[in-house]
Design a protein around this ligand. Structure first.
Ligand SMILES: [Zn+2]
Length: 285
């Protein structure tokens, strides 16, 4: 066996194949049904240099440690462990020192943000509560994007070994909050309901929408640029109207998301794997 290589038999594979998953760093040897395992492993053994080169190209691990910078929406957030401080993770900004709350907290719902009633009847899938003549929820992009603060510090005390876990827990909670707000925003705009918003940490997808109305996201979308996160949300909310990827679906995504959804998809294809390395110590395994 080669160290750290996962061996998978594949009934339809025609040749032995090595691949490295950029999201996990996992190296996989795919073996055709009829090929002897020993032969495939021997072949992979000769490719050690290639494997090492691919591993070297993987994104850097970005552990949540004191002093690390973490992107949140379009901001950089600096992590700080302070001996003797409270164990509760607190976000501090230069404009709100010591207040312990994000700058977004002071944005009240803007009553001018009302959507004209232009929904076509067939889009009214939801309950009356989600109709488009209700005021739209606040645009969530304001919270992490529209403030003057330039320094964001996420800080807590407690035992230093628990610092990474506390930070990750805070980021996940913030991800759920922001993604739920994004979802409410686009659902109101589309005139649909969403039964539940949930987050997880899947390696292969950024979002999914079930036929029962539950939308799940990767919490790591919080670490992506705001337009990428929001385009992903608009995509999943549009599935509450169209459970396919046809022209009508794409037209609706474009209508909901006031930007270029393709740019967001391109970003995720090029940079998305890197998001999976936040909170991990190294890219070696
Ligand atoms: Zn889709």
């Amino acid at each position: 066996m080669i160290e750290g290589v996962e061996v998978v038999r594949h009934p339809r594979a025609r040749v032995a194949r090595l691949s490295v998953d950029p999201a996990t760093g996992r190296v996989r040897l795919t073996v055709p049904k009829r090929m002897a395992l020993a032969k495939a492993v021997a072949w992979a053994g000769e490719k050690a240099d290639w494997i090492a080169a691919q591993r070297a190209k993987l994104p850097q691990g970005r552990p949540f440690v004191d002093g690390a910078a973490v992107p949140v929406a379009d901001r950089q957030v600096r992590l700080r462990w302070e001996a003797g401080a409270s164990r509760t993770v607190t976000l501090v900004t230069d404009r709100h020192p010591g207040e312990g709350r994000g700058p977004w907290s002071r944005h009240d719902a803007d009553s001018s943000r009302q959507l004209a009633t232009t929904t076509s009847p067939q889009r009214r899938l939801g309950s009356p509560a989600a109709r488009c003549d209700a005021p739209l929820p606040e645009d969530p992009s304001l919270r992490w994007g529209d403030d003057q603060a330039d320094t964001f510090i996420l800080t807590c005390g407690g035992p230093i070994e628990q610092f990474p876990v506390r930070i990750e827990r805070w980021l996940k909670r913030e991800a759920l909050r922001v993604l739920a707000e994004d979802t409410a925003y686009y659902a109101a705009k589309a005139g649909v309901t969403v039964a539940q918003v949930a987050i997880g940490d899947p390696k292969a997808r950024w979002g999914s929408c079930s036929s029962t109305g539950t939308i799940r996201y990767s919490w790591r979308l919080l670490l992506a640029p705001g337009h990428v996160r929001r385009a992903t949300v608009a995509h999943e909310v549009a599935h509450r109207v169209h459970m396919h990827h046809g022209p009508a679906f794409h037209a609706l995504v474009a209508e909901l998301f006031e930007g270029d959804p393709d740019a967001a998809r391109r970003w995720l294809r090029a940079e998305g794997a890197g998001l999976h390395w936040f909170g991990r110590a190294s890219s070696s395994g």
